[in-house]
Design a protein around this ligand. Structure first.
Ligand SMILES: Nc1nc2c(ncn2[C@@H]2O[C@H](COP(=O)(O)OP(=O)(O)OP(=O)(O)O)[C@@H](O)[C@H]2O)c(=O)[nH]1
Length: 331
């Protein structure tokens, strides 16, 4: 085989390669434009050969790309641009049926210095790899992981956080309090006489009451607050960056809201009340479990003293303030 033949089949191979191939000179003028580029850009080689790439493709990120190309020309090192860094350089449609979901073809780019001399490379090859399948698979996997993570944190009945994840958040918040001394306050809430609802109206009615109480909690809290289902009909609400008096006002508002809105079960309208315990984070608590314990004691006190009320925990358990109806009182 002579040199001319070798040149011919090498050119033929480059033309049919399923990879985009462009060769540029130092003025960014196009010296080679293979059939992959013709097929995907819709622009024939004779329309771009001898012209500046940046004149032919005005939507290229010119200053960013020129910087990259110049450094390959000068330093003579290869450079890579991945689809994660920049999804595409040339905005090509993605035709393959499997990758129909992609807005455009995802690309990995390799920049290769060619004809290296003392003054750096004289030419530069740009290779464009179609990464659409890999990128979409990667994104689908990420999406599935996100959904799985959300599912593993969520209580199925109420769509609030489940106990495990909510406690993790509380433990983190407790650590943050130790570092920053910024007070957050915990509100524990339990539905009153819930067993009677189950007994009188059935378990499904009980579930609906739990769902409705959760919906009201979600409605009255901010997105930064962390609401979880702690047990059957008990909920934990962590009010981030909130002092005890503001938390008491919140808890009283929530209590009133639940008391004033009936829950419809079939043709019946049920009146629901809840008891609450409020506990700000405090130095006297050694960990988040003690924090829950203190709030739970205040909740227990609300139950003991008649239910449908809010009790503020005190480090001295005999010094608890309460609200019931519209009145604040001391126990
Ligand atoms: N429907 C339903 N019931 C539940 C669920 N989890 C726990 N329970 C029931 O909730 C009831 C809780 O009753 P108790 O702990 O005696 O409390 P209570 O009747 O609310 O009384 P007080 O809290 O003292 O006002 C029990 O009957 C549990 O079986 C649930 O997911 N769905």
């Amino acid at each position: 085989m002579n040199g001319l033949d070798a040149n011919a089949w090498q050119t033929e191979l480059l033309q049919t390669l399923d990879v985009g191939l462009i060769v540029l000179d130092r003025d960014f003028k196009v010296c080679l434009w293979n059939s992959f580029m013709v097929n995907h850009s819709g622009i024939e080689a004779q329309s771009v050969l001898g012209k500046s790439l940046f004149e032919c493709f005005e939507d290229l990120p010119a200053s960013w790309l020129k910087r990259k190309l110049d450094s390959v020309f000068m330093l003579g090192n290869r450079a890579f641009i991945t689809w994660q860094e920049r999804p595409w350089l040339f905005r090509f449609k993605s035709y393959r049926p499997f990758t129909g979901g992609a807005e455009a073809m995802y690309q990995n780019i390799t920049l290769i210095p060619l004809n290296q001399g003392e003054m750096g490379a004289e030419h530069l090859g740009i290779m464009i790899y179609d990464m659409t399948d890999a990128a979409l698979n990667h994104k689908a996997l990420e999406g599935a992981n996100d959904s799985l993570q959300a599912l593993s944190r969520t209580d199925r009945l109420t769509e609030l956080y489940n106990r495990g994840y909510w406690e993790e958040c509380l433990a983190q918040e407790f650590q943050r309090f130790l570092r920053t001394r910024q007070t957050s306050t915990l509100v524990m809430l339990d539905i009153d006489h819930f067993k009677a609802i189950n007994d009188n109206y059935g378990h499904q009615a009980g579930d609906e009451v739990i769902r409705q109480v959760a919906a009201r909690i979600q409605l009255l809290t901010r997105t930064t607050d962390l609401c979880g289902r702690y047990g059957g009909e008990e909920f934990g609400i962590l009010l981030v960056n909130t002092e005890a008096d503001q938390a008491m006002q919140f808890a009283e508002r929530l209590r009133l809201r639940i008391e004033s809105e009936t829950v419809q079960i079939g043709s019946q309208l049920l009146s629901i009340t809840v008891s609450l315990g409020v506990a700000p984070c405090h130095d006297a608590q050694v960990n988040h479990s003690q924090w829950i314990e203190v709030a739970d004691q205040a909740l227990y006190r609300s139950k003991q003293t008649g239910r449908n009320r809010v009790t503020l925990a005190d480090l001295d358990p005999y010094e608890q303030k309460q609200t019931s109806g519209n009145l604040y009182s001391s126990a």
